[in-house]
Structures are given as C-alpha cells and as structure tokens.
Design a protein around this ligand. Structure first.
Ligand code: C2E
Ligand code: CA
Ligand code: CA
Ligand code: CA
Length: 279
C-alpha cells in the first residue's frame, strides 16, 4: 500500500522495502557475477522434421550462483535489461559461445549454426555488429556459424531502426530468427521488410496444439505465412510425439524441445554431436 504525503508517494510497507533491498542485492550480485565467472551457457539442439538431423543449437544463459544454485534467465535478465547490465552480459554470451564453437571444432566436431538470444537493449546498442564481428574473428569463425534470435516485440519497436540493425547483422553472414512469434503485435506489412530467415513459434501455441483448435489455427497460419515469405519455421517447446507429428503434418520445418533434448552443458552436447544423434 502507498501513503501519500503531500504530492509525494512513498513505498513504506516492510514488504515494499524488502523488495527494494532484494532488487539492489540482486543488481549488486549480477555485477559481481560477470567478474567471478558465474555465468554458464547451456545448449539446446533443434532438429529437422525432414531427416531428424540436428540443424542448430540455441544458447541459453544460466547463472551458477554459489548459494542459490543454477538460476534461470527469467529471474535475472529482466533486471539486467532494465539496468543496462544486459549489454556486458550479452557480450560475454557472444564471446563465450564463439569460444565454445571453436573448442568443439578443435575436437573435430561438425558444429551446426549456434543461435544466440538478443535482448532489446543489446539489439539497439550501436556497435553490436562490431562486437559480434570481433568475437567471430577472435576464434577464426565466420558469420554462417551464428544465428541471432530477436523477439517479435523487440523487432516491432521502431521498425525502421530494427530493419537497419538487422541488415548490418545479415551483412556478416548471420541468419536471423524472429523469436516468440505470435506473442507480439506483428503487422504483416512489417514482417515482409525484415531480412529474416526463420520464424520461431512460441511454445505457448505448441503446448496444446493437438487439442486446442485456436492454438492449432495459429500454428498452421504461422507455417503458411512463413512459407509464403520463404522463411523456415521452428516450433519451440515440443514435448511429445503427438505435438511433433501434428507439426510435421502441417509442414513445420524444425522443432526444438524436451521431446528431443533439454538444454545441455557443452560436454553433453558435444557427445551428442560426436555420436551423430538424431530424432
Ligand atoms: P526463449 O528464447 O523462448 O527460450 C526457450 C526457453 O524454453 C528456454 O528457457 C528453454 O529452456 C525452454 N524450453 C526448451 N524446450 C522446452 C520444452 O520442451 N518445454 C518447456 N516448458 N520449455 C522448454 P530458459 O533457458 O529458461 O530461457 C528463458 C528465456 O530467457 C529465453 O526464452 C530467452 O528469452 C531468455 N534468454 C536465455 N538466454 C538468454 C541470453 O543469453 N540472452 C538474452 N537476452 N536472453 C536469454
Ligand atoms: Ca530464443
Ligand atoms: Ca522463443
Ligand atoms: Ca518463448
């Protein structure tokens, strides 16, 4: 509850104070986490519905906290985004992913394209293309080894600027995916202007795709739309055979989700690549 003192609003309940203190503590801890090397990357494979081969890996950030254990991104990325910390954290992700690709290659593995999630702030920060080009060059990689995932809502904020930023990334040879498709407020006219390669159907529509006609309609419409724009479609959050078969019948190109594999640590993922594991 708030109490008004003149024009001033102040948050004065113990719960509010606790929340503020907790936030500050989290921000402080996040700043230290980079220096202490507490961030780790997991990798989730995605497979082709045509031949079952692994055709990509998505990089997913975790915070290995000394007391809290493995902290999922949704518990710290929103605050990192708000405070701007996401920019250095995001740079670390780019560098660490490139180093991992290089190590896998040095082991003789064929590494499929690796997809990195970009936050809104990171996507808008000038110099992202430079950062990525430098990270690739440092490990002797070219742009074809990377994909970038931008959420639909990030892309739809200031479309002109977003298109320009995407073009710079495409010029490096990097593929682009529009993430969480269907959750934003896409306009088809804008969609046409984006130099993207993939639409990723949000898992909210995949979960009940077999039983909910509304969700099925959205998945089917997205697949048709993507194909008519010559884009490929990835369905995320595929957890079982029924969802996979339904999406396959509708012409979906690729799937990602627990049904094939959860996100894995680098070593476990390397074992999968080495064994040529397929769906
Ligand atoms: P996202 O990009 O939509 O990533 C997919 C999320 O779905 C991941 O959650 C993944 O672990 C989870 N997932 C994969 N398969 C399944 C499944 O079959 N069922 C269910 N229920 N979930 C599945 P995660 O790793 O917790 O990441 C959450 C979000 O955090 C991501 O959503 C992405 O928006 C953000 N994120 C993760 N890593 C980064 C990063 O390095 N940078 C930025 N900016 N955001 C990141
Ligand atoms: Ca993603
Ligand atoms: Ca997604
Ligand atoms: Ca999502």
């Amino acid at each position: 509850a708030r109490s008004a003192g003149g024009n001033q609003y102040c948050f004065d309940t113990p719960a509010m104070n606790a929340a503020v203190v907790q936030r500050q503590a989290l921000e402080q801890a996040l700043r230290g986490a980079l220096e202490r090397g507490e961030f780790v990357l997991h990798y989730q494979p995605r497979v082709s519905l045509q031949d079952g081969a692994i055709v990509g890996l998505e990089v997913l950030l975790r915070w290995q906290h000394p007391e809290l254990g493995l902290v999922p991104p949704m518990e710290f990325i929103p605050l990192a985004e708000e405070t701007g910390l996401i920019v250095p954290v995001g740079e670390w992700v780019i560098g660490a992913a490139c180093r991992q690709i290089r190590r896998w290659r040095d082991c003789g593995l064929a590494v499929p394209p690796v997809a990195i999630n970009l936050s809104a702030r990171q996507f808008r920060s000038g110099g992202l293309d430079r950062t990525i080009a430098d990270a690739l060059a440092a490990e002797g990689l070219d742009g074809a080894q990377l994909e970038l995932e931008i959420t639909e809502s990030t892309a739809m904020t200031d479309v002109g600027e977003a298109v320009a930023a995407m073009q710079k990334l495409k010029a490096l040879g990097i593929s682009l995916a529009l993430d969480d498709f269907g959750t934003g407020y896409s306009s088809l006219a804008y969609l046409r202007r984006f130099p993207i390669d993939y639409l990723k159907i949000d898992r909210a529509f995949v979960r009940d795709v077999v039983t909910e006609p509304g969700d099925a309609a959205i998945c089917i419409a997205t697949i048709r739309l993507a194909h008519s724009l010559r884009l490929k479609v990835i369905a995320e959050g595929v957890e079982n055979e029924a969802q996979m078969e339904y999406l396959r019948r509708q012409g979906c190109d690729e799937i990602q989700g627990y049904h094939f594999s959860p996100p894995l640590e680098g070593e476990a993922l390397a074992a999968m690549l080495g064994e040529g594991t397929r769906m």
